[in-house]
Design a binder for this molecule. Sequence first.
Ligand code: AMP
Length: 582
Amino acid sequence: MAAIGIDLGTTNSCVAAVEGGSPDVIPNAEGERTTPSVVAFARDGERLVGSVALRQKATNPGRTVSSVKRRMGTDWRIGVDGKEFSPQEISAMVLRKLRADAEKHLGGEVTDAVITVPAYFNDMQRNATKDAGTIAGLNVLRIINEPTAAALAFGLDHGDPQMVMVYDLGGGTFDVSVIEIGDDVIEVLATAGNNRLGGDDFDERLARHIAETFQRETGVDVASDQVAFLRVREAAEQAKKELSSMESTVVNLPFLSQNAQGPLHLEQTITRTQFENLTRDLVEATTGPVQQALNDAGIAASELGRVLLVGGSTRIPAVQRHVEALTGKHPESSINPDECVAQGAAIQAATLAGARSGGGALMPRGGELLLLDVVPMSFAIETVGGVATRVIERNTTLPVHYEQVFTTAGAFQTKVEINIMQGERPMASDNKSIGKFWLKGIKRAPAGVPQINVSFDIDANGILTVTAKDLGTGNEQSITITDSERMSDEEIQAAIRDAEAYAAEDAARRAQFAKREEAHKLLSEAEERLREGGKDMPKDDKRALKAAIAGVQRYASKRPEKMTDADFENLDAAVDELRRLL
Ligand code: AMP
């Protein structure tokens, strides 16, 4: 069964799946291509989702929930008939409908899904979204960023590496992101916006204007009549949409109200110019965030390769002109702006589902594996002397496999501890340990003889499995660490700041470790020379060599974390002396 991609929006949601190689939007049971993210609890206990819920909002406002996305990750609750619902549970109701509609359309059970979130969502908001998916019975393959999904829908993952701006003006929110498209990775460099600005504000402006005109003509204030004003607002939204393609439109609302003379009908002609004058400041309010996103990304508008339009409100011609004026680029809207995020999520879902089943399943466009996520922080294991030996570098693309052969440091050692860490620092104690296990039953042997193969596998979902295998006995032991056990976003940010702050110190430390390693190599060489050629060596030379070896040993045998700068200096001098004699 196809894996689905879901754009779980503030005002509208959309679901898509890759069928026959292309990401197609799945219409809902009502035949609409997007579903209002609205949930209502009818008086008879029935739960309504989508357009039916939206339609009864005016008459049942206390039991209707909209824009719950703004509450994700908070402890907001709504109480209905003695029961409390969290934002996750309300979102799950929307997701359950999308899932049911997809199942009906695709003709089978759907469980695997990719869900999108705004790039600025924090860990809690992302986890809440994932939980909503789980509550809805979905297996959430991955949570991805909305601008990333848009870039996928536009096929940018297969083109030139470049900087792209995604300008997303939806029903209730405005987000702008600058993303960097690399060879295998799409990275969000900066994001800004206003989560209280969107198409609803344009509707409200136009509705107020229509109501004021009507009041001037008839003396009746429809804005204070909830049901009548709802009709005006719906008509205003319709007119707004029409004005995206026409220069003028007529708003017609028969029997809108009445006065002493009888029923009153509303009929007004609205021109695009009038609409633009009414909403100019709303369009201009997107300027600040656009500039901020560019600033934060550290680029000028001229460095943008492309500008993508996302969200239904970017169909407004004045919005498109404004984006072009701000960026100097003709913005692209070749893909339906209401649908491209869901389509991108569907592409990613198909890829992940394909990757999981061994790559044999669905593979959109070109058959190339699409890899998006990267390791946010290096992985290391602790080696002798408390050193963090890096095995997977930060920013490596997932999935990744790595292996290296290690050996024992002590003679006749029969077990080793594998301590897995995340962090950028050279000393184990400065990084975060995320899992440990013992590999036991190693055959007794001198130090350096046993061969222990340690492998790291991180799959596309970020799940890490570390396996240690004693190549002598075939004994192996492994551990699986999920994303949630790893470092949180905050920890990662703090660790990156730390690593930057200590960069110079750490580089010096690494150089010292390298010297120490070199000293050990030199020692083996010198000992070998003594064993093999010692007999023929003049006594004095032999004595000098032995002394030089002892000099190096004195410092090289110290635990590195205990070594002071003076010890390293002495080691340097001893190494120089030994090298002179060899
Ligand atoms: P979204 O949340 O991305 O689905 O965006 C929905 C918003 O886009 C709503 O405010 C719609 O009124 C608005 N919208 C949809 N189609 C158009 C259009 N043709 N012209 C202007 N706004 C539109």
